[in-house]
Design a protein around this ligand. Structure first.
Ligand code: GLP
Length: 247
């Protein structure tokens, strides 16, 4: 199944299109289960969701969210954690019920048990209706690094050197950067009813190329998305640069 490809002029329009498709999904199903990523790319999407909420165009009151990953060793009050990021950039600005916002607990005493619990939380919510994803420079989706099995569910992973290098900019000192995380699996991702991928900038061009053309079993985790029946990939021209022609 080929993911649908949309290319827009610039990063702002990519964010606008992604935000509008999420807003439309939430309005169509106010108790939607929304899967959310972190990183730099979604920030512009979250700004637009907040603006839409402030303008009275959308409410998050009945929504449930599940984040796709969390660093091991970083609790919700730790600025390095994705729980902190989500509160800072989205949750505290909208009318979402904090009890319906889910992330793996990065401080769990037994991380493997926490991963199993988190997979069960997603199942208990009836699965992910709509999943927003970014792409790692090496084609990772959530923190599923190259070599992740397509049958993988939520689990503890060790981050790839390329990921540590790309994300190093978010940490004041190298020793602050977690090297392990809990991530939802590729099977968890493929079970989402709808997926929206956003990527901007030339650094993502190889990952985008891998998504559309790479060998799903060897190199690029994002290539697994070609097995999903309802995925839209929204890009700016730099991220789409490696696709010339055939898609
Ligand atoms: C992080 C996250 C991913 C995200 C990716 C891209 O490592 N775990 O979910 O999609 O990196 O991040 P950015 O948008 O900052 O390039």
């Amino acid at each position: 199944m080929k993911p649908k490809l949309s290319i827009f002029d610039d990063a702002e329009t990519v964010a606008e299109r992604a935000a509008e498709s999420l807003i439309e999904a939430i309005r169509g199903k106010p108790d939607l289960v929304l899967g959310l990523p972190t990183g730099e790319t979604p920030l512009a999407v979250y700004r637009r969701l907040v603006a839409a909420f402030e303008a009275g165009r959308v409410s998050f009151r009945q929504l449930a969210t599940v984040n796709v990953d969390e660093y091991l060793g970083a609790g919700p009050e730790d600025p390095r954690s994705y729980a902190y990021y989500m509160r800072r950039h989205l949750f505290r600005h909208v009318d979402i019920d904090p009890r319906r916002t889910h992330l793996p607990n990065g401080l769990a005493a037994d991380p493997d048990a926490e991963a199993r619990r988190y997979e069960a939380v997603i199942e208990g919510l009836g699965g992910i209706d709509c999943l927003l994803l970014g792409l790692g420079v090496n084609g990772h989706i959530a923190f599923n690094e190259p070599g992740s099995p397509h049958t993988s569910s939520t689990r503890v992973v060790t981050l790839a050197p390329a990921t540590l290098a790309a994300n190093g900019r978010f940490f004041a000192r190298p020793e602050d950067q977690p090297i392990k995380a809990i991530t939802i699996g590729i099977a968890t991702i493929l079970a989402a009813r709808r997926i929206v991928v956003v990527a901007v900038g030339a650094a993502k061009a190889p990952a985008v190329q891998g998504l559309f053309r790479g060998d799903p079993l060897s190199g690029c985790p994002a290539a697994a998305l070609r097995r999903h029946p309802n995925t839209t990939v929204i890009l700016d021209p730099s991220a789409a640069a490696g696709l010339s022609g055939a898609c």
